[in-house]
Structures are given as structure tokens and as C-alpha cells.
Design a protein around this ligand. Structure first.
Ligand code: G
Ligand code: G
Ligand code: MN
Ligand code: NA
Length: 250
């Protein structure tokens, strides 16, 4: 059976789940929240990674529906966590197209009772390439409503530096591909150092993802990253497990 067929069924049957990977303050090591990540375990294929199935969901025109499901679940989950913890959600460039993203987010926050400052959205550079004015206006309105905006996978796309002041960005997330090769690969070390210097001088938060080892953690702390995420701290967890983990956090 085609992947498309299986995915269409999975979407209809609500077989796509949301996992949550903790994000920590790089200096204190305390939890600051979690990133919501789609998970799909197919009956025949087993676990299919999101970088494989999210593009298919986009092609099938289902990303709007799935995106709303993630938003709803993640906001409801975060509303049950201690107040100082937030949730970060990946938003596809296509979700900016309909012109309803702002209203959808506002009504979801209201319905779940999550304070806007506890929600962050993660966008990729391709969202910023798309339709400048609609995306810019949407991001500005979202920012004005109190939530924050992170630029995901930073360093892998076009990385036009003009994005960083043209768009209302609060945080840059250094792509895992650079972090993975720390601290020994000199090329990756230089890139991470440059991103940290740039982010720091622009007053942005800087998150490093994919941290697996203590030397990687030390490197990014030494270079001024404000947030960190990776298997070193925790794998993505289901809603129940993260709620239990966070229940003891302060
Ligand atoms: O969890 P994993 O590292 O395999 O995720 C790979 C990529 O899939 C992430 O970097 C992210 O961009 C994408 N992804 C995961 N969850 C979502 C989601 O809810 N919405 C969108 N649009 N992309 C997601
Ligand atoms: O869309 P984004 O690139 O932010 O998604 C992050 C992806 O990276 C998730 O799919 C998550 O499961 C994965 N991931 C998170 N931490 C680690 C890690 O420490 N090592 C590896 N290999 N993958 C990770
Ligand atoms: Mn992300
Ligand atoms: Na990323």
C-alpha cells in the first residue's frame, strides 16, 4: 500500500500522536518547557520519522488539520504543566497560506486556557521565503498577542541574515547537524560559534538541539546558548510521561 494511503488513514483515525521533548535552560539546567513533535507508528511500516511523513501530509493537503490537532493537544498539555513551563510547536510554511493561523492560535489559547507567553512557534526559513507580507503580518500579530517565535533548523537553509531583523524572531535554534559534530569538528565548531555571536549581538535567545554528550553541552554553554535540548537530557516523551516529569520541576 502506498505511504499516502496509510497516512490518509492514520490522519482520519487519529493514529498520529504528539510527543514532547524537554527544553532546558542552558545555564541552570532547569526545564523551561518542551517541543511538540509528531509521531506516527504505522501498523506495517513501524515508526516512520516526521521528516519522511510530514512532507507527505503537506502534499496531501492535510497539514492544516494535523497542525490544528498538534496545537490543540500541545496547548492543552502545557496548560496542565507548572506555570513556568512553555510549549514550542513546529508550524509548516503551508499553514501561513490560508490566512487563518492567527485566529486558530488565538481560539486554541482561549479554549485551553494557556497564557500566550507559554506558547512558542517554530518556523523554518522556507516560511520566510514564501509570501513576505502575509507571513510578516501574521508573525507580527502573533508576537503582538504575546507568544514567541523561533527560527528552526538555523544554518541549514538560506540563512539570509536579513531575516533576523526583518522578521520578529525571538530565538534561533541551531540545527542538530552542527551540534552532532561538536566539539571536535572545527567546521561545525566555527559555525556554532558564529551563530552564537550573531544571536547574542542581536539579543536573541539561542537554542541548541540534538545535544547527546557532556562535551557538546559544555561547548554550547561556553558559547552563550540560552537553551538546550537533546537525548542527553531526554528523548521525546508521551503526554503522560512529560506531565509526570514536569510535575516535580520548579
Ligand atoms: O522528531 P524528529 O526529529 O524526527 O522530527 C523531524 C522534523 O519533523 C522536525 O525537525 C520538524 O521540523 C518536523 N516536525 C515534527 N513535528 C512537527 C509538527 O508538528 N509540524 C510540522 N510542520 N513539522 C513537524
Ligand atoms: O523539527 P526539529 O528539527 O526541531 O525536530 C527535532 C528532531 O530531532 C526530533 O525528531 C527529535 O526526535 C530529534 N532529536 C532530538 N534530540 C535528539 C538528539 O539528541 N539526537 C538525535 N539524533 N536526534 C534528536
Ligand atoms: Mn523544531
Ligand atoms: Na530543528
Amino acid at each position: 500500500i502506498a505511504l499516502e494511503t496509510d497516512l490518509r488513514r492514520a490522519c482520519a483515525n487519529q493514529a498520529i500522536e504528539v510527543a514532547y521533548q524537554p527544553i532546558l535552560d542552558a545555564r541552570t539546567g532547569r526545564f523551561t518547557g518542551a517541543e511538540a513533535l509528531l509521531r506516527w507508528t504505522c501498523e506495517t511500516r513501524g515508526e516512520v520519522p516526521p521528516n519522511v511523513f510530514v512532507p507527505v501530509i503537506e502534499e496531501l493537503g492535510l497539514i492544516g488539520t494535523i497542525g490544528e490537532m498538534v496545537l490543540e493537544r500541545a496547548c492543552a498539555a502545557a496548560a496542565s504543566w507548572p506555570d513556568h513551563l512553555g510549549v514550542s510547536i513546529n508550524v509548516s510554511p503551508l499553514q501561513f497560506g490560508g490566512g487563518t493561523l492567527l485566529a486558530t492560535i488565538a481560539s486554541t489559547l482561549q479554549r485551553t486556557g494557556l497564557a500566550p507567553h507559554r506558547l512558542q512557534i517554530e518556523i523554518t526559513e522556507s516560511a520566510l521565503l514564501a509570501d513576505d507580507t502575509l507571513v510578516l503580518q501574521t508573525l507580527e500579530a502573533l508576537r503582538a498577542s504575546g507568544l514567541s517565535i523561533a527560527l528552526d533548523d538555523f544554518g541549514t537553509g538560506y540563512s539570509s541574515l536579513s531575516y533576523l531583523h526583518r522578521f520578529p524572531i525571538d530565538c534561533i535554534k541551531i540545527d542538530r547537524s552542527f551540534v552532532t559534530r561538536l566539539p571536535h569538528d572545527t567546521g561545525s565548531a566555527s559555525i556554532v560559534r558564529a551563530i552564537c555571536d550573531l544571536g547574542t549581538s542581536l539579543g536573541l535567545k539561542i537554542a541548541a538541539e540534538g545535544i547527546e554528550t557532556e562535551p557538546q553541552r559544555q561547548f554550547i554553554v561556553d558559547h552563550g546558548c540560552s537553551h538546550m535540548q537533546g537525548y542527553r537530557f531526554s528523548r521525546p516523551l508521551d503526554a503522560q510521561a512529560i506531565a509526570a516529569l514536569f510535575a516535580t520541576s520548579r
